[in-house]
Design a binder for this molecule. Structure first.
Ligand code: BDR
Ligand code: CA
Length: 312
């Protein structure tokens, strides 16, 4: 079992991602660390505790991390998508946690786990990259203990929060730049261009109701997110951004990647938070690259996620 830490801001698609990891025998879920993002930190942390309880994984520690970006405050923008509590206002439908948040903060718990693990650990950041930037800045000696970062974030052709920026990168561009550009940690970036193509429709969601308690509870949490797609696109379904990234962390290679030079726009202008990906044929072949997920077998991926959730 490959050791895995999820750094998250649940968040409805984060909930699916956590459940997918909890259902997957390939990975040993060492911890879930939380960050501000879709909603404030108090909610994302409470949601992580409840989701692990739902999944029967109350032994997995939850540690709380950053409650704001590194440099520039960012107004919360995802209430309309994920609801006031991050889970469509329905977090109370999940089981009460039987334990409290870990005494260590997210960065210190990650550091302890990286030091103690028998092999390098995969970290799946599926929220703003603030905790990961702080980890790399405060414990650079632990970089070799990170097998890979599988990051949900960014966009090759524009964003979903502004025309230029995807939500996780937009939420803390300075942190994202530190992680993706300034540190030499192996990273796979799973951008919105691909996660959107992996969208699941109403029939896929209906299948969740034929499953066990976890699958059915996840479907209960979806109304706010589903309504936002109805409003914006007139389409009934969900984009499970974070679960797509977790599929890659669980089954490496399920997403097809391409190495591209990449930078993050940190100006305060309209392009703030953009991931600037150099796809020119004439780009410098020696420039450092980030692996960007560009394709997958769409139906096989949707089936993989569904079958794991139904088998719980
Ligand atoms: C990302 O932003 C959040 O709203 C989702 O949870 C996902 O991590 C998608 O842009
Ligand atoms: Ca998220």
């Amino acid at each position: 079992m490959a050791p895995l830490i999820i750094d998250t801001d649940p968040g409805i698609d984060d909930a699916f991602a956590i459940a997918l990891a909890a259902a997957s025998p390939e990975v040993d879920l060492l911890a879930v660390t939380t960050v501000f993002g879709n909603v404030p930190l108090a909610h994302t942390t409470a949601n992580a505790l409840r989701l692990l309880e739902l999944c029967g994984r109350g032994e997995v520690p939850v540690a709380a991390g950053a409650d704001r970006p590194l440099v520039h405050p960012q107004p919360y923008s995802a209430f309309r998508v994920h609801g006031e509590d991050g889970l469509s206002g329905l977090a109370h439908t999940l089981p009460e946690p039987s334990r409290d948040v870990h005494e260590l903060g997210a960065v210190e718990l990650m550091a302890d786990l990286l030091r103690a693990a028998a092999e390098p650990v995969v970290i799946a950041p599926i929220g703003p990259l603030t905790n990961i930037a702080l980890l790399l800045a405060t414990h650079p000696e632990l970089k070799p203990r990170i097998a890979r970062l599988v990051i949900m974030g960014g966009g090759l052709d524009g964003g979903n929060t502004t025309s230029a920026a995807e939500f996780n990168i937009w939420s803390d561009p300075e942190a994202a730049r530190r992680v993706l550009v300034e540190e030499d940690v192996p990273a796979t970036l799973v951008p919105v261009d691909l996660t959107r193509r992996c969208a699941v429709d109403a029939a896929w969601l209906d299948r969740l109701d034929t499953g066990g308690a976890v699958a059915r509870a996840l479907n209960v949490l979806t109304p706010s997110y589903r309504a936002s797609y109805q409003r914006s696109l007139g389409w009934d379904g969900l984009v499970l951004h974070d679960a797509v990234a977790l599929a890659e962390a669980i089954r490496p290679g399920i997403l097809h990647t391409q190495g591209y030079p990449l930078d993050v726009e940190c100006s305060l202008g309209p392009s703030r938070g953009a991931t600037v990906v150099d796809r020119r044929l004439s780009r410098d072949p020696e420039a450092p690259t980030v692996d960007v997920a560009v394709d997958t077998e769409l139906d096989a991926l949707r089936t993989f996620i569904l079958e794991r959730l139904l088998a719980f």
